[in-house]
Structures are given as structure tokens and as C-alpha cells.
Design a protein around this ligand. Structure first.
Ligand code: SAH
Length: 209
């Protein structure tokens, strides 16, 4: 009897910390949305003509929505220990720290990219090539930021499906979107973008020669 009440206590504390992480994860997502919101509003007000939604953009959108939002949301809402990865609390806390860092970085990138940001691939009439700040050494800081976010998500969530879904959707984003985006930017900026490519890497910062 003693043994079983001890196990129950342990189980209870595990559930409690799982619920705490669910709450923290939901709060982090609210901050994510609050950071993005003004930029979505500005985008909606400044454009009457949207970029066309191509099949590949749709694949990226559906994959990110499923992997970063729907599956994690199911994990938050459904009380279940099924497919729990049982990651240690310290590792899940490390995920929280990484997520906070990712959010600060996200804020900074949006400030720097300004009106040039768009949810789908497009060039606006006053588009300027940004090569400073977060864009100085890498061409895709926002995609690096999403990578940090999905790693953080995997650690915080500690559930097989909801943890790996984010990582898989990031791979889809990286493989499908980056080549198309660079093609589009080369077509528009020509030599200027090609020079910029020489000075930078895609997501691993290029160190000074
Ligand atoms: N790939 C970038 C930007 C993502 S937002 C990043 O990871 O930070 C997508 C839009 O940003 C695209 O429609 C593209 O037109 C624009 N964009 C990408 N790189 C840019 C740059 N260096 N300067 C200005 N706009 C850029």
C-alpha cells in the first residue's frame, strides 16, 4: 500500500509538471501571436494585391499549421500520457529558455524586415533588400528562428507526435520554400542579391574572412 501511494504521488507530480508545461507553452504561443499581429495588420492594410498562393506555398502553410499549431494544440487540450517521451524537467525548462530567446529574436527580425515581410512569397512595389541586423550574416533569420522554436517546442512538449511534427514541418519549409524564395529574390534584385549570397549563408552565420 505504501509503495502504491508513493507511485501515485510521483505520478501526480509528473502530471502537474506536464500541465504546467502546457500552460507555459500556451502563453508562449500567445506572445508569438502578439509579436506577429501588428505585422499581419500592416500587411493587410498595405496590399490590395496579394501574392498568388502556389501549390508549394500551400504545402508549406498546411505543414506548418499542422506541425507547429494543430498537433501541439491537441497535446495542450487532451489529457493523456500516450506517447510521452518522459524528457527530464531540466530539459523541458531548457526548451522554455530557448523559446523565450526565439521570441526575442522573432521580434528583432520583424522590426528589421519591416514592410518587406509577407506571409507568402512576394515582392512589393517598394521592396528593399535588407542586408543589415539579423540579415547581416544569414539570409533566412526568420527560418532559423522557426527552427529554434520547433526545437524548443519538441523539448517543452515531450510527446512523440507533437514534438517531432514541428521539426518535420520545418524541414518541409526549408526544402520547399528557401530555393523558391531565393529564385524570386534573384529574379528581382539580380546582381545585388547574388553579391549578398556571397557574403552570407542560408541559416548558419557566415563568419568574417
Ligand atoms: N526568408 C526570410 C524572410 C521570410 S518572410 C527570413 O527567413 O528571414 C518572406 C518574405 O521576405 C519574402 O516574400 C521575401 O520577399 C522577403 N525577403 C526575404 N529575404 C529578404 C531580404 N533580405 N530583404 C528583403 N526582403 C526579403
Amino acid at each position: 500500500i505504501k509503495g502504491s501511494s508513493f507511485t501515485r504521488e510521483i505520478n501526480q507530480s509528473v502530471n502537474m509538471s506536464d500541465n504546467t508545461f502546457k500552460l507555459i507553452f500556451a502563453c508562449l504561443w500567445i506572445i508569438y501571436i502578439l509579436i506577429r499581429r501588428p505585422h499581419v495588420n500592416a500587411y493587410n492594410h498595405s496590399r490590395n494585391k496579394r501574392g498568388k498562393t502556389t501549390a508549394s506555398e500551400l504545402v508549406v502553410f498546411v505543414s506548418l499549421t499542422l506541425g507547429m499549431l494543430i498537433l501541439p494544440l491537441i497535446w495542450v487540450m487532451v489529457p493523456s500520457n500516450l506517447y510521452d517521451l518522459n524528457l527530464p524537467v531540466w530539459l523541458r525548462l531548457l526548451g522554455v529558455v530557448l523559446a523565450i530567446f526565439s521570441l526575442l529574436y522573432f521580434y528583432k527580425i520583424h522590426q528589421c524586415l519591416g514592410q518587406n515581410w509577407s506571409p507568402t512569397l512576394e515582392i512589393n512595389p517598394t521592396h528593399k533588400l535588407i542586408t543589415k541586423g539579423p540579415y547581416k550574416r544569414i539570409r533566412h533569420p526568420m527560418y532559423l528562428q522557426i527552427l529554434l522554436w520547433v526545437i524548443a517546442q519538441a523539448l517543452i512538449i515531450s510527446n512523440l507526435w507533437a514534438s517531432f511534427s514541428g521539426l518535420i514541418s520545418w524541414i518541409v519549409l526549408f526544402l520547399i520554400r528557401v530555393p523558391k524564395e531565393e529564385q524570386m529574390l534573384i529574379a528581382h534584385f539580380g546582381q545585388e542579391y547574388k553579391e549578398y549570397m556571397k557574403e552570407t549563408n542560408a541559416i548558419i552565420p557566415k563568419m568574417m574572412k
